[in-house]
Design a protein around this ligand. Sequence first.
Ligand code: ZN
Length: 83
Amino acid sequence: MKGVARISFQGGALLVPARTRYDHEVVFEHVETYARRHGTVRLELERKRYTVSVCTNCGYPLESLTYALGGRSLCLRCARNDE
Ligand SMILES: [Zn+2]
């Protein structure tokens, strides 16, 4: 779909217009919001696919290491503090 970004997450998906530079900024704001809420979000934008994972506690982007605690994905620091 040209000009439309698809943001999918556990339990739903969102279609957002992505035609202008400003639209793209809004898309990434949505991605951040939903990633913080759900831990992992998939974004399809201009035929590219991204998977975005952040710590649901502090919003820190997760690399390869994810700590899943009670349905939440936490970064190392928050996983330690959660003990
Ligand atoms: Zn964290």
